[in-house]
Design a protein around this ligand. Structure first.
Ligand code: NAD
Length: 500
């Protein structure tokens, strides 16, 4: 079994802590690694290493920092199969999906490689008479990233490439469920020429997170995970005077208008609801059908499509399954519990994924695709994030009712509308209270040069991940006003200077 530790000052540390966590392969239920959970000495080493590295890294030319990013990109491309296998082994998603996650992470590295341009700042000649003004975007200091299990590569890569390229140093605390991909990324950054201490990975749980966000050497905290933890981290980090962006959970609705191409909408729904076993913050978990006729057509086609869905070990290639297991035995129990709740609440269970057994993987954490119809707003299976392969059909009478439903949900991460009607789609994108909207696009994850983030209780803090917001989050703006008057022009002024 693998023994995983931490990556501090450009080296893997010795096993040290008395506390360890177990890492499982969700497809087989076998433990594949043991991970050291950082104690205070390890945490201190990471903080010292990141603080010491900041002085010189923040003064390194952005062009040289960008060159490290270019090399890092090449190294990831060379080693992407190894990285994808690690993701699949410890998360469970199918290999092609793990490859997709790596590509979406790489796009942020590509964005961060343009950092000399992104940090140019602004300049005004003669902002006042004989007075010039320019702004500088300076690195903030030591940044901390706390990331969830569901994207062990992509979500950390929403954060650290931009942060490091901006001149900060970074401490990543990955999910304790699948910590190895982050350690692998750290090694690639070292090989790309990143100086000691600029990027560190420290494994641990709640105790480690508390120490990091309360430490005076940490200036900024980026978090992605469930809403209760996101909210708590945001409050604590803010109380300690740190800037914080904390992205939380989701319940994403897809509105299907009567004029939508049903075949297209159902194909989109299948991937968006059951891909990665529904463990995506942008997964569609609610299909909002306008009118009973639309709902019946969608349901009939979904039923057929679900029958052909292949479920198995994500590492299998002959053929590759469509969907793997859930991440842990506890999470499987939780999802099974929600299915039971849905039945008790009176929703119609059209397809029940609870009895699934995958040959040779009987102890894996599999739950089959599950479909509920006639789900209503009052039900817990509608209100809460299930984070599993469970899709709910909600029937509404028109677009007004669909908008009212989506807008009254506590989460506002992503949403989609499927329609051929430009007017309806235009109205939806303008009036919906959700951060990321797809028009005939089921999972509208913005590209790295745009910003990723939801609304309402799907985010705490004003700045999203990557894109221009990422650069803003990881830099402090300083504005310099300068003038070079002759001594004879210099007089004492006691009122506010204005430009007449
Ligand atoms: P989680 O909230 O349990 O854990 C996220 C991180 O927080 C992990 O590193 C974990 O170790 C740490 N953590 C857990 N409990 C903590 C505590 N009490 N104090 C401090 N730190 C703590 O989330 P998860 O189960 O790993 O991930 C799934 C969740 O993440 C889902 O809710 C999903 O919607 C959300 N998510 C959101 C986005 C987004 O962009 N909005 C993206 C991916 C995942």
């Amino acid at each position: 079994m693998k023994q995983l530790t931490h990556f501090i000052n450009n080296q893997i540390t010795e096993a040290h802590s008395l506390r360890v966590g177990a890492v499982f392969n969700p497809a087989t239920g076998e433990q594949v690694a043991e991970v050291d959970l950082a104690d205070s000495a390890v945490t201190e080493d990471a903080l010292v290493s990141a603080s010491n590295a900041f002085t010189s890294w923040s003064k390194t030319s952005p062009l040289l920092r960008a060159r490290v990013m270019f090399k890092f990109k090449v190294l990831i491309e060379e080693h992407r199969d190894t990285l994808a296998k690690l993701i699949t082994e410890q998360h469970g998603k199918v290999l092609s999906d793990a490859q997709g996650e790596i590509t979406r992470g790489l796009e942020v590295v590509e964005f961060a490689s343009g950092i000399p341009h992104l940090l140019k700042g602004e300049h005004s000649l003669n902002a006042g008479s004989g007075v010039d003004s320019h702004s500088m975007m300076q690195a903030v200091g030591v940044c901390v990233g706390i990331t969830p299990f569901n994207f062990p590569v992509m979500v950390p890569m929403w954060m650290f490439p931009v942060s490091i390229a901006c001149g900060n140093t970074f401490i990543l605390k990955p999910s304790e469920k699948n910590p190895e991909p982050a350690l692998f990324l750290a090694e690639l950054l070292r090989r790309a020429g990143l100086p000691d201490g600029v990027f560190n990975v420290v494994n641990g749980d709640k105790t480690l997170v508390e120490s990091l966000i309360s430490d005076s050497r940490v200036e900024a905290v980026s978090f992605v995970g469930s809403t209760p933890i996101a909210e708590a981290i945001y409050s604590k980090a803010s109380a300690y005077g740190k800037r914080c962006q904390a992205l939380g959970g989701a319940k994403n609705h897809m509105v299907i208008m009567p004029d939508a191409e049903v075949e297209q909408a159902v194909n989109a729904l299948m991937g968006a609801a059951y891909g990665s076993a529904g463990e995506r913050c942008m997964a569609i978990s609610v299909a909002v059908c306008i009118g009973d006729e639309t709902a019946d057509r969608v349901k009939t086609k979904l039923l057929k499509a679900i029958e052909t869905l292949k479920i198995g070990n994500g590492a299998d290639q002959m053929p590759e399954p469509d969907m793997g297991p859930l991440v842990s035995a506890e999470h499987k129990d939780r999802v099974m519990g929600y299915i039971e709740t849905g039945v008790a609440e009176g929703a119609e269970l059209v397809v029940d994924g609870r009895d699934l057994s995958v040959v040779d993987h009987e102890v894996g954490y599999f739950v089959g695709p599950t479909l509920f119809d006639h789900v209503t707003k009052e039900m817990k299976i509608y209100q809460e994030e299930i984070f599993g392969p469970v899709l709910a059909i909600v029937r509404v009478k028109d677009l007004d009712a669909a908008l009212a439903l989506v807008n009254s949900h506590e989460f506002g991460n992503g949403t989609a509308i499927f329609t051929q009607n430009g007017r309806a789609s235009r109205r939806y994108q303008e009036e919906v209270k959700v951060g990321m909207v797809g028009i005939n696009v089921p999972i509208p994850v913005p590209m790295s040069f745009h910003c990723f983030g939801g609304w309402k209780r799907s985010i705490f803090g004003p700045l999203n991940m990557h894109g221009p917001d990422g650069v803003r989050f990881y830099t402090k703006m300083k504005t310099v006003t300068s003038r070079w008057p002759k001594t004879t022009d210099s007089i004492a002024e006691f009122s506010m200077p204005t430009l007449e």
